[in-house]
Design a protein around this ligand. Structure first.
Ligand code: GLP
Length: 265
């Protein structure tokens, strides 16, 4: 894992956006895996800005989001389809038909997983997956004890996640407790992964992910097995890591190599 520790959450967003834009410039028909939640919002703002001012084009890009609530209409303001339209897709030149969100409102919700896996496969797999992390170590909606070999499927949310996400719903509003989420194995097939984490509330999950054992109780820890994952953290989210000096040393050395020989990623 590459551990990048930056001073502020704004720098985390900027670094993430740079990685996305470099890839899209190099490979205009990239397949991006996208995340929702508050963490990637600043990254999306920067993508919009880079599209508008630096001419970064998403016209040949395909996207697959990690997850969606079961039982919410795509027009519902808390659906992840609505979130993505409002916070990114409507502001860039991506083709709406190239954007994919797991279907959360099928008559048979159990069909959602295999159907989504097929679509990802047909698109040639995900080149770059953006992840946030739940305070309990979840990625997508793969809650603790999710199989590390899981594929896209329906997951029941934990009370912690329901409580953490209740801030987005009005008090008397129906808040779904089921979601369709890419599985851990689905995520692990992405060629490159960047996980963004900011703020103290994520510090424990980040420490377990990077320095704890690989175990289903912290689903993000599976990323230790991924050959090309960057954790992009602000100092608060990195505050419980024990080996920060080493991570900085590694990055310096890597920067020197990249300067001399170029970035192979
Ligand atoms: C939700 C999403 C995750 C996201 C997590 C953290 O549960 N399914 O993909 O990483 O929330 O959200 P936030 O960035 O708002 O802390």
């Amino acid at each position: 894992m590459e551990i990048i520790i930056l001073e502020t959450s704004a720098q985390v967003a900027e670094r993430g956006a740079q990685i996305v834009c470099e890839l899209v410039r190099k490979q205009p028909d990239s397949v991006l895996g996208l995340a929702t939640g508050s963490t990637p919002m600043a990254l999306y703002e920067r993508l919009i800005e880079k599209h508008k001012t630096n001419g970064v084009s998403f016209s040949s890009v395909t996207t697959f989001n990690l997850d969606e609530y079961v039982g919410l209409d795509p027009q519902h303001p808390q659906s992840y389809r609505y979130f993505m339209n409002k916070n990114l897709f409507e502001h860039i030149d991506i083709k709406p038909q190239n954007t994919h969100i797991p279907p959360g409102n099928l008559d048979n919700p159990l069909a959602a997983g295999p159907q989504y896996e097929d679509q990802i496969r047909q698109a040639g797999g995900i080149d770059l997956q953006i992840l946030g992390i739940g305070a309990n170590g979840h990625i997508g909606f793969n809650e603790p004890t999710s199989s590390l070999g899981s594929r896209t499927r329906i997951k029941t949310l934990t009370k912690k996640t329901i409580d953490d996400n209740s801030r987005f719903f009005a008090q008397d509003e129906f808040q779904p407790y089921l979601a369709v989420t890419m599985g851990i194995a689905t995520i692990m097939e992405s060629k490159r992964i960047i996980l963004l984490a900011t703020g103290w509330k994520k510090a424990e999950a980040v420490a377990e992910t990077v320095e704890g054992p690989v175990c289903a109780l912290c689903p993000a820890s599976a990323l230790q097995w991924h050959p090309c994952t960057s954790m992009i953290l602000d100092t608060a989210a990195a505050s419980l890591l024990k080996h920060t000096a080493y991570y900085k040393f590694v990055l310096n050395e890597q920067d020197r190599l990249v300067e001399r020989f170029g970035d192979p990623r």
